[in-house]
Design a binder for this molecule. Structure first.
Ligand code: 3HC
Length: 295
């Protein structure tokens, strides 16, 4: 299979990452089948794409015509057969649970053409383990986008233990065609490259709050205004989701050792379902305004 054989991309999961990836593929001119398990989920993802395209057009980053044609490229689905029956490439962005992903792959492979590649946007699970849940481990790899996909340049293309070179070549070529910069990750280790660096930082600031070494405001203003990061670390983890940080960290803790133990403050956020922007509350409160500090 070659990049020119890809016309239709199915994106599974219309959440934070899924709808953003679908938007990126639609902007590059692909026919995109966006699928989620409930009408309201897929509709919400579709509306977020619409909002984002309008925003990009308002700012003249793209033309109104480009925004319109990109939206026309997206077809929302709930049924799996319609979503993947004509797909040449699948990008899976469903919740980070092995059992959920396995069930999705089982359903997908009942209808997916044999030539199609499946790429997972997982940020926390082993690509080798995931590939073994499918009947095409050599046509399976990681394709890890960053939040927000439409604005972030990097894509990690991750090889699992069974991934064929051809699969990696096509996936890399696709990332380039989506106007992204792929980096090939040859080892399927916990957190791959970016999250192996970023997630310990997100955990460390939680340890600092847990141990009363610094406040959220002190940490975010220092990281944003002195370290040159575009956002405070807590602002960023509210955007990417503390549940995602926690999943990556649990896996790193299990495989790499105690230095990755989740901080009590992070545990508290998870227990209270304060996952960040997507749940209305994280370290900051998004219910009564955009990011008001929680005392
Ligand atoms: N589409 C279109 N516009 C969007 C948008 C989207 N999806 N999301 C936000 N915007 C808009 C906002 O509404 C705002 O619009 P406004 O100007 O009209 O108010 C504008 O973009 C934001 O503009 P800013 O000037 O505040 O910010 P920039 O545009 O300069 O940069 C950013 C925004 C690119 C997100 C920058 O802050 C950044 O790079 N942050 C770091 C992001 C990052 O590191 N992501 C990776 C996280 S790790 C990850 O995702 C992996 C996972 O596995 C955990």
């Amino acid at each position: 299979m070659e990049i020119d054989d890809i016309e239709t991309i199915a994106v599974l999961g219309a959440g934070n990452m899924g709808h953003g990836i679908a938007e990126v593929a639609a902007l590059a001119g692909y026919s995109v089948n966006l699928r989620d398990i409930k009408e309201e989920f897929v509709q919400n993802g579709y509306e977020q794409i619409e909002w984002s395209l309008e925003k990009l057009a308002e700012k003249d980053i793209i033309s109104d015509k480009k925004a319109e044609s990109a939206l026309e490229n997206v077809s929302p689905y709930v049924g799996i057969e319609a979503a993947v029956g004509d797909a040449d490439f699948v990008i899976e962005a469903v919740p980070e649970k092995m059992e959920i992903k396995k069930d999705v792959y089982d359903d997908v492979e009942k209808h997916l053409p044999d030539h199609a590649i499946i790429a997972s946007n997982t940020s926390s699970l082993s690509i080798t383990d995931l590939s073994e849940q499918t009947n095409r481990p050599e046509k399976f790899c990681g394709m890890h986008f960053f939040n927000p996909p439409v604005q972030m340049q990097l894509v990690e293309v991750i090889s699992g233990g069974h991934t064929a070179d051809e699969t990696l070549d096509v996936t890399e070529a696709l990332a380039e065609d989506l106007d992204k910069t792929p980096v090939r990750v040859r080892k399927d280790s916990p957190g791959f490259i970016v999250n192996r660096i970023l997630v310990p930082l997100m955990n460390e600031v939680c340890w600092m709050v847990s141990e009363d070494d610094a406040t959220v405001a002190e940490i975010d203003s220092t990281t944003k205004f002195d370290m040159g990061l575009p956002m405070g670390v807590f602002e960023l983890s509210d955007m990417t989701g503390h549940d995602i940080t926690y999943h990556v960290l649990e896996y790193m803790h299990e495989v790499l050792g105690d230095v990755y133990e989740p901080a009590p403050f992070l545990e508290e956020l998870i227990e209270e379902e304060r996952y960040g922007k997507k749940s209305g509350r994280g370290v900051y409160d998004y219910e009564d305004g955009d990011g008001v500090d929680i005392p």
